[in-house]
Design a protein around this ligand. Structure first.
Ligand SMILES: C[S@@+](CC[C@H](N)C(=O)[O-])C[C@H]1O[C@@H](n2cnc3c(N)ncnc32)[C@H](O)[C@@H]1O
Length: 359
């Protein structure tokens, strides 16, 4: 029975042509649904599956125009069929993207109940994600804490402004072909790419699936040769046996860790005796600067020298010290535009790095 009562509608105008808007939406939707346990197989025969149930299947797939799904809203009433439609209409050189779910109201029935459902399940979540707390979290995750999406992929594939840190870290690690390097929070794999030039082997983890795929792609030859493995994983639970690595690196990650000591304990566990660690700090001077702007700044933890050193000691490292390095010469060498070099000059002695060794 086709249910024709009540239509829910949401819409946004995008400065994108309808076809790219369609492609981006489909890709992002599949990723976002996967995050909440729903599988979306995109395409003309596509379907949406939640647990054992097929919730929806594609009935119209017209890239750049429309995507319609027959949608089963009630697993306990499989005959109740509704319609979900995504329309891509050209407006003012861009696209109006509209989601419409038609006919879903009958199972609720009473108009007051319908209003309650709409207020609680649609309007309140929509307003919550537009309020500063959740919106700031989304921006922080999307750009740095758990990057995803095309913009993040472009940035992390070739993170020019991170190369100065990488230079310091590689100099401190002094890798050789005998090394087996761990990188935690590897982003798009740019540091790994540079590290592998030493002939070393490496393994890395990152908790963003999108960014793990990017790091694998950026280093596809090393992955194919078996010199590099990049896994989805969390800093505080590394998927490696004890004493696997001769050295480890972590950059751009520390300030985001809710329990940095737990992560450093894990790194120490997987380092062999004598294993060395280099971690880029999060310098308090960076708070609110282009290196750590809002909304990231208020979600990061910043560490003074003694705090940074304390983390290494608490994690059980036998040798711990903090060094400061002027990143400007490395920024110049990496090709950072002249007008941005001052960002790397640092104050009070330069950027902090935690150097530690397992005894
Ligand atoms: C600012 S990016 C830095 C990426 C890379 N290291 C660089 O410097 O270009 C931080 C990275 O750490 C990852 N990350 C943050 N917290 C993590 C955690 N608890 N476990 C694993 N990865 C984490 C994020 O997904 C992201 O890729």
């Amino acid at each position: 029975m086709k249910d024709t009562t009540a239509t829910a509608r949401a819409s946004i105008d995008l400065a994108l042509e309808p076809l790219p808007a369609f492609d981006v939406l489909v890709e992002e939707l599949a990723i976002a649904l996967a995050r909440v346990g729903i599988r979306f197989d995109a395409g003309a025969d596509g379907r949406v599956v939640e647990g054992p149930l097929e919730v929806g299947h594609v009935v119209s797939w017209r890239p750049g125009e429309r995507l319609s799904l027959e949608w089963r809203q009630a697993g306990w009433d499989p005959g109740r069929v509704t319609e979900v439609e995504l329309r891509f209409e050209p407006v003012d050189g861009g696209t109006r993207l509209t989601l419409e779910h038609r006919g879903w109201g009958r199972l609720i029935g009473d108009a007051g109940e319908l209003a309650g459902w709409f207020a609680g399940e649609v309007v309140a979540p929509l307003l919550r994600v537009r309020a500063p707390l959740a919106f700031g979290d989304w921006l922080t995750d999307r750009r740095a804490r758990r990057p995803s999406g095309a913009q993040a992929r472009t940035f992390y594939r070739d993170p020019l402004y991170h190369y100065p840190n990488f230079c310091v870290m590689l100099a401190e690690l002094a890798l050789t072909a005998d090394d087996c390097l761990l990188e935690v929070g590897c982003g798009g794999g740019a540091l790994l790419k540079a590290a592998l030039q030493s002939g070393c082997r490496a393994r890395a983890v990152d908790h963003s699936p999108d960014i793990v795929r990017l790091a694998q792609e950026v280093n596809r030859d090393a992955v194919a040769e078996g010199r590099l493995e990049v896994l989805e994983g969390s800093a505080d639970s590394l998927p490696f046996p004890d004493a696997t690595f001769t050295c480890a690196a972590m950059t751009g990650v520390l300030g985001f860790l809710p329990d940095p000591v737990a992560a450093l304990v894990e790194i120490r566990r997987v380092l062999a005796r004598g294993g060395r660690l280099v971690v880029m700090g999060t310098d308090p001077e960076l708070r609110g600067s282009p290196g750590a702007p809002e909304p990231m700044a208020s979600r990061l933890r910043f560490y003074e020298n003694d705090e940074l050193e304390g983390l290494g000691h608490k994690a059980g490292f036998e040798e711990v010290r903090v060094v400061r390095r002027n990143l400007e010469p490395f920024a110049r060498e990496a090709g950072v535009p002249e007008e941005h070099l001052a960002l790397f000059a640092g104050s009070g002695g330069g950027a902090r790095f935690l150097l530690a060794r397992r005894g």
